[in-house]
Design a protein around this ligand. Structure first.
Ligand code: FAD
Length: 426
């Protein structure tokens, strides 16, 4: 039976006949899956990129693209900055404000933002234009079939089975297919709960993203999180709020209700009308999952909880892990231990530090004590550029400045201190 899917431009076209055998089968066609398809095609592999949804599809997100994400997009040959770009972050709260331009790191100093409905379609289109890539949408991957310990094939909800040499699991935060492979989320680690909306605003093209670190509920209580305004350059801003939580200190808030309150109290000429398309989601973060690989399969992006615990960004890590995973595709390699090791090498120190700092934020006393110091006066001016750079993990192995070296040393020390329980363990 021929399946159909709808293009961005409203044209309905027949989907390519699903292949029965490919080199690389990708489950999930969000930024991680689509980026993986492009990288795998460039290496000459035949690829089947699949998604349970039909594109275009929405995804609950802040839509923010940091310089780290822009770097990955450039490597994929995709430009989003010509429509809208930003120069950095303005932080507000506790009676103060700080302006923090994107740091002068190897990622460059340009960020952007684009509604995920458009952004994901852009990547999906770039992937499906490649002759090596076939796509299959609107059907969920359901059952893994093993032969000799290897993942031999995957059966979809419509009964169709596809054999593959390698499988990349990019099925997002809930990772329904990943769970059938044993993916386990460690709920004891810090995680995020967040809601986003779209709001009309005359300030839609201002070149700064805004974060309010003093996030108050309608009763006046401070919540352990932040509100954000990410202008989109299309007449709207993505407006949202998120809170950090742990099993022992769960954030007891209704994020959607908090979002309405936040949007109504933003002031500063934003003049948001009623927030539209309000959605919320959970965010496992900082590698807090295990069983992320087998002999010939790997999890990437949100499926591997590759989300920065301090700011909730994961689009960049999704595309980075896609590129890294494709480098490992080799029939003579057993990926079961290689992949978690690779993730730890690239993100272990930074995520461990960020998770530890994020855990501090879940203590109700922490923000009211430190917020005024960070956001007011000279001390704030001195520390916030470095703090914002570290929050965004805009530090690479190649950066040799003092802040980068201090961050890496702290990460290594933390890794030794907590060394017995690595992230992404089997
Ligand atoms: C409220 C909120 C705000 C955020 N803000 C930002 C931000 O501003 N910037 C940023 O960088 N990150 C942000 N993030 C994180 C970001 O959204 C994710 O890190 C990113 O979407 C990860 O991409 P992915 O491709 O791994 O997963 P996804 O984008 O979730 O894609 C997964 C895909 O897999 C498909 N799928 C699922 N199950 C199956 C199955 N069984 N078979 C086939 N297909 C399947 C889904 O339909 C989906 O299309 C935010 C997250 C939340 C919740």
């Amino acid at each position: 039976m021929t399946r159909f899917f709808l293009h961005n431009d409203g044209v309905t076209v027949p989907e390519q006949a699903p292949s029965n055998a490919v080199d690389v089968l990708i489950i999930g066609a969000g930024p991680s899956g689509a980026a993986a398809a492009i990288h795998a095609a460039r290496r000459g592999f035949s690829v089947l990129l699949t998604d349970q949804a039909s594109f275009p599809r929405d995804k609950t997100c802040g839509d923010g693209l940091t310089p780290r994400a822009i770097t990955q997009l450039r490597a994929l040959g995709i430009d989003v900055t010509s429509r809208y770009h930003n120069q950095g972050l303005k932080l507000h709260g506790f009676g103060g404000s700080q302006t923090v331009p994107w740091p002068n790191s190897s990622f460059g100093q340009v960020g952007s933002a684009m509604p995920r409905r458009e952004f994901d379609q852009l990547l999906f289109d770039a992937a499906q234009r490649l002759p090596e890539v076939a796509v299959r949408c609107g059907v969920a991957a359901r059952t893994p079939n093993f032969r000799g310990g290897r993942l031999d094939s995957v059966t979809f909800a419509d009964g169709h089975t596809v054999r593959a040499k390698f499988v990349l699991v990019a099925d997002g935060v809930r990772s329904t297919f990943g769970k059938t492979l044993g993916r386990t989320w460690h709920r004891g680690e810090v995680y995020g709960i967040a809601a986003r909306s779209y709001c009309d605003t005359a300030r839609h093209d201002e070149p700064w993203i805004h974060s309010h670190l003093e996030l108050r509920d309608p009763e006046g209580g401070i919540q352990p999180g932040y509100g954000w305004i990410f202008p989109l350059g299309n007449g709207q801003a993505n407006v949202g709020c998120g809170a950090l939580s742990t099993e022992s200190r769960p954030a007891r808030i209704n994020t959607k209700k908090l979002l309405h309150h936040y949007a109504a109290t933003c002031g500063d000429g934003w003049d948001f009308g009623t927030p539209q398309q309000v959605t919320s989601a959970l965010l496992p973060m900082g590698g807090a999952v295990s069983n992320v690989a087998g002999p010939n399969w790997m999890m990437i992006g949100d499926a591997a909880a590759c989300v920065n615990p301090l700011n909730g960004e994961g689009i960049d890590y999704g595309m980075e892990t896609a590129a890294l995973a494709v480098e490992h595709l080799d029939e003579h390699k057993d990926l079961t231990l290689v992949w978690p090791h690779t993730l730890r090498q690239h993100y272990g120190e930074a995520f461990l530090l960020a998770r530890t700092a994020a855990r501090l934020l879940t203590y109700p006393q922490f923000l009211p004590l430190t917020g005024p110091l960070a956001l007011r006066g000279r001390l704030g001016q001195a520390i916030m550029p470095a703090a914002a750079r570290l929050m965004g993990n805009l530090v690479t192995q190649e950066d040799t400045d003092l802040v980068a070296r201090a961050w890496r040393s702290a990460g290594a020390a933390m890794q030794r201190f907590r060394g017995s329980r690595p992230l992404w363990d089997a």
